[in-house]
Design a protein around this ligand. Structure first.
Ligand code: GLA
Length: 369
């Protein structure tokens, strides 16, 4: 039997750093993906080969440990999960090809773990569903990568639907599809090609600061809630108990959560103009209150402010580099990309990589004998 899996990346229109705070997010899967082909082999070791990054990992199912490289750990951590649960896995070969840029904030790592999990599930006929894959990704991130990540990426990858965004409540995984299709408005990602080496530890710092704020709120108010579900007024009532950094983080999360709900309503009414303004507000908060932006991201967002045909722009994903997401009038995209790429190169002496995306289906798979 051969199993083929296509595991896409994701964009997030709004609702950044709200997922691990029990808030709302508004992501969708894109037309760029990692492809897997997996089959059993009569050898003693497993072989996982990625053509795109020119890497081969060979390991023994009975004797492997955490590696020093993240990529290996995504694979090994996934296998560790299935073996720990008592599943019988025999040697296999897995070939991977991808057109998903790595480390640019469009979830190549969740796409890798989700797709590889699905490949293993189907090859060995294991009894796990989409919601289990969401948990497997969290297991691998926490145990093998050391990242206290939320569920947005893996949820989106597994539940994504063409031409629809997912309004996901991350405190209970209840979600709604919101149609996102426009003849005139397109989504363009601009990859700054900036990669922050300490991104995981900076991300975990934000998670920990939010936990401090949530605990203080929960010790003040009797109905215990996740941080995103408090109001700005409730936060201000205990402002005196929080240091400024923790207060700023909490303020951002609470405001971003309201923006996400408001944004979803605006999109339902096809009010892209109004939605775009919320994207700019989101960026401002990510920069000033959450402190996860960088000069390159700020430069691009600022540049678009004066362009009428850019409806909204903001940094996307964990931050400290990666991409901005831009809502642009389709007939102006080419001219915009030409201008911004030249200006970016002049200012930062780095290449800007544009990625045109559309909202496509989530993870799919096929089995053949
Ligand atoms: C990363 C994480 C997500 C989410 C975003 C920020 O992409 O993987 O879970 O927290 O950052 O919104």
């Amino acid at each position: 039997m051969i199993v083929k899996v296509k595991s896409p990346g994701r964009v997030n229109l709004i609702g950044e750093h709200t997922d691990y705070n029990g808030g709302y997010v508004l992501p969708g899967t894109i037309n760029k993906a990692i492809n897997f082909k997996i089959f059993k082999i009569k050898k003693s070791k497993c072989e996982v080969k990625s053509e795109s990054i020119n890497k081969t990992l060979i390991f023994d199912l009975n004797d492997f440990k955490k590696s020093k490289t993240h990529w290996n750990n995504y694979i090994l951590g996934t296998i560790d999960f299935f073996l720990n649960e008592g599943n019988k896995i025999t040697p296999f070969k897995c070939l991977i090809k991808s057109n998903l840029p790595i480390g640019s904030g469009i979830s190549s790592s969740s796409a890798l773990i989700s797709g590889f999990s699905r490949a293993i599930i189907e090859l060995y006929n294991l009894k796990y569903d989409k919601s289990d894959i969401v948990k497997i990704v969290s297991y691998v991130e926490r145990k093998f990568i050391g990242l206290k990540g939320g569920i947005m990426d893996q949820f989106t990858i597994n539940y994504g639907l063409k031409d629809n965004l997912i309004l996901l409540n991350c405190s209970n995984s209840i979600f709604d599809y919101i149609n996102f299709k426009s003849e005139s408005i397109g989504i363009v990602l601009l990859n700054t090609n900036v990669k922050h080496s300490l991104i995981n530890s900076a991300y975990n710092d934000r998670v920990n600061e939010c936990i401090i704020a949530e605990n203080l709120l929960n010790s003040h108010y009797s109905d215990k809630r996740r941080l995103a579900n408090y109001t700005y007024d409730e936060l201000n009532e205990i402002k005196y108990k929080l240091n400024l950094t923790v207060y700023n983080r909490a303020k951002f999360v609470i405001c971003e959560n309201s923006r996400t709900l408001k944004g979803a309503e605006l999109l339902k009414q096809s009010n892209f103009q109004g939605f775009g303004k919320l994207m700019y507000n989101s960026h401002q908060g990510l920069k000033d209150l959450y402190d996860v932006s960088c000069p390159e991201l700020d430069f691009i967002v600022n540049y678009t402010l004066k362009l009428k045909y850019v409806l909204g722009s903001r940094m996307m994903g964990g931050g400290f580099g990666g991409c901005t997401i831009n809502l642009i009038e389709k007939n102006k995209i080419n001219i915009f990309l030409k201008d911004i790429s030249n200006i970016y190169l002049d200012n930062f002496n780095k290449k800007l990589t544009p990625i045109n995306v559309s909202i496509a289906d989530g993870l799919t798979y096929k089995k053949t004998n």
